[in-house]
Design a protein around this ligand. Structure first.
Ligand SMILES: *[C@@H]1O[C@H](CO)[C@@H](O)[C@H](O)[C@H]1NC(C)=O
Length: 284
């Protein structure tokens, strides 16, 4: 056991997003998800192709409020669920948890999970495309409405979650970001499906999740994995971030339940079906 990390195998993995049998190829692949999970066949699905020139500038785009994002969690874990790497965090019971909300709305969203999508190349890993470009990696932060007990119950409710997506381009040089520092070593300990590692150094979300300060695109979409539940909104950061090729190689060494490398956990683009994409930048 490493001095800095506690490694364990998770036999009874608590499901956070649905763990049902789906895959990115073959019979249970994305083109058949709708047969297995009917919601995946509905009309407001994610991901979509985003185009800033077609987005509607909205002066009244909702302002976002962030609170308690600097609180350090008491527990943080990186886990390979066979589809992706998931970063879980917990704060002490009764303490203020990170919150996000829209101006004028009563609904409060708290932290659910951070997860990642990637491909085998620098241009094949984001689920959303931005102005025709697909980048190396997409980080998604799933927030859930505090009126639900936990992320799992919220993901069953239409609008129960809020999805924030961040696109990363692959860069040859080391990226000295907190996110990269947080994940670098732990990723090496979760190569097998169902393994997890507890982070000895716990990171406040404020260090890992950018605040959309360059503005964002917002549209009505869904979770990009089954059961593909509609979310309150998808918010995509307009700023493209950097990830090192070294870190991307670590992601590509993770394995699924069949023991194969996870080299493409991205859902194909879904039709917009007339949906409006709003461009907003009113953040504080
Ligand atoms: C999302 O859907 C809701 C409910 O139909 C609607 O009021 C809202 O304007 C939509 N948001 C966008 C950005 O289109």
């Amino acid at each position: 056991m490493s001095a800095a990390l506690l490694v364990f195998s998770m036999m009874a993995v608590t499901s956070c997003l649905a763990q049902e049998d789906f895959s990115y190829d073959g019979e249970n692949g994305p083109y058949n998800w709708a047969k297995l999970f009917p919601t995946c066949g509905t009309r407001q699905q994610s991901p979509v192709a985003l185009d800033t020139s077609e987005a509607v500038p909205e002066k009244t785009a909702p302002r976002l409020h962030w609170k308690f994002w600097s609180r350090r969690p008491t527990w943080q874990q990186l886990h390979n669920n066979g589809h992706t790497a998931m970063l879980h965090s917990k704060w002490r019971e009764g303490e203020d948890q990170p919150l996000l909300w829209f101006t004028g709305e009563k609904e409060r969203y708290t932290f659910g999970v951070v997860l990642f999508h990637w491909g085998d190349r620098y241009n094949s890993g984001t689920e959303h495309t931005l102005n025709g470009i697909r980048y190396a990696m997409e980080m998604q932060v799933v927030m859930y409405n505090t009126k639900y007990d936990d992320l799992e119950s919220a993901t069953k409710q239409p609008g129960g979650t809020l999805l924030m997506a961040y696109l990363f381009q692959e860069d040859e040089s080391y990226q000295a970001t907190a996110l990269e520092r947080a994940l670098s070593r732990p990723l090496n300990f979760i190569r097998g499906a169902g393994t997890g590692v507890r982070l000895r150094r716990r990171w406040p979300l404020a260090a890992l999740v950018p605040r959309l300060s360059a503005g964002y695109l917002l549209y009505n979409g869904s979770l990009t994995v089954p059961p593909c539940t509609p979310v309150r909104a998808v918010l995509v950061d307009l700023l493209v971030h950097d990830v090192s090729d070294e870190q991307m190689e670590s992601f590509r060494k993770l394995r699924n339940e069949q023991g194969e490398y996870i080299t493409h956990n991205i859902r194909p683009l879904q039709a917009l079906n007339g949906r409006k994409v709003v461009i907003g930048g009113y953040v504080n």
